[in-house]
Design a protein around this ligand. Structure first.
Ligand SMILES: Nc1nc(=O)c2c([nH]1)NC[C@@H]1CN(c3ccc(C(=O)N[C@@H](CCC(=O)O)C(=O)O)cc3)CN21
Ligand SMILES: O=c1ccn([C@H]2C[C@H](O)[C@@H](COP(=O)(O)O)O2)c(=O)[nH]1
Length: 277
């Protein structure tokens, strides 16, 4: 995961102090790109121990089209709790936009289902795009995330907001545009999540693995993560683990937690950091 450490080092060395919505303060750069060849191993950060369980459950939760933290809580995942209202609602976040985007005339679009059909039917298409960015449901900035969720708006605007697939020589690649990136806490999750989604889609579309390309808008290090960043930069990356998917699954929506097996994950110890809310 040299790519991830290079990003961290780049922002530490070139980032400029910038205030942010949470009041924490960040060191920020605008625009950066990383590339991972998914055939070379599963891109899970090795310079700190990452909790793959949370990542897998969060992705399955998006794919179910759910936007309430109930499923996550039932599975011991608490990463979205700070933004949910008292009933666990987050408003129409990722799951809603991916699986049931509402159009102006009441039509409902299942972007993921349509994407799978299109990859199978028309792999050369340049329109294999999914957007979670829906301006009609963005939060009202005068309200807290919880109050927005309680009022039917997104608790937070999507950070990983647009992604595109690309098929060449029987290999599936994916590029994500992430408008805002918490490099220490969020990005290891985002890389692993999209790598996994690409592997799942490749399997059900009978394609080999290509690249995951990760493109950033505002890539930042929170000012209260700098000690953790120095610790992580002092560590050497270890060989990448391997991710095995249950080969019997042929429908994207049939994957469950037990269909994923991470093998040979060697990592340095976990590093704790506070999340900016
Ligand atoms: N400031 C901020 N950073 C984020 O990465 C982020 C948000 N806000 N808001 C929405 C989601 C929630 N995400 C989160 C939230 C918390 C962790 C976190 O605390 N991770 C810890 C513990 C992991 C676990 O419990 O499994 C870590 O060490 O990675 C990670 C991603 C990603 N997003
Ligand atoms: O998947 C995610 C979700 C969120 N983040 C980070 C990026 C920012 O630090 C915050 C969101 O705050 P905004 O003011 O809406 O940009 O969460 C992430 O890195 N990955």
């Amino acid at each position: 995961m040299k790519q991830y450490l290079d990003l961290m080092r780049h922002v530490k060395e070139n980032g400029v102090f910038k205030d942010d919505r949470t009041g924490t303060g960040t060191y920020s750069v605008f625009g950066y790109q990383m590339r991972f060849d998914l055939a070379e191993g599963f891109p899970l950060v090795t310079t700190k121990k990452c909790h793959l369980r949370s990542i897998v459950h969060e992705l399955l939760w998006f794919l179910k089209g759910e936007t309430n933290t109930r499923y996550l809580k039932e599975n011991g995942v608490s990463i979205w709790d700070e933004w949910a209202d008292d009933t666990g609602d987050l408003g129409p976040v990722y799951g809603k936009q991916w699986r049931s985007w509402e159009g102006p005339n009441g039509e409902v679009v299942d972007q993921i289902k349509d994407l799978i059909n299109e990859i199978k039917k028309n792999p050369d298409s340049r329109r294999l795009v999914i957007s979670a960015w829906n301006p009609t449901v963005l939060p009202d900035v005068s309200m807290s995330p919880r109050d927005n969720a309680a009022n039917g708006r997104q608790a937070l605007p999507p950070c990983h907001c647009l992604f595109q697939f690309y098929v060449l020589n029987g290999k599936l690649s994916c590029q994500l545009y992430q408008r805002s990136a918490d490099i220490f806490l969020g990005v290891p999750f985002n890389i692993a999540s999209y790598a996994l989604l690409t592997m799942m889609i490749a399997q059900v579309c009978e394609l080999e693995l290509g690249d995951f390309v990760h493109t950033f808008g505002d890539a930042h290090l929170y000012s209260n993560h700098m000690e953790q960043v120095d610790e992580q930069l002092s560590r050497n990356p270890l060989p990448l683990p391997e991710m095995k998917l249950n080969p019997a699954i042929t429908d994207l929506f049939d994957f469950t937690f037990d269909d994923f097996e991470l093998v040979n994950y060697q990592s340095h110890p976990h590093i704790k950091a506070p999340v900016a809310v």
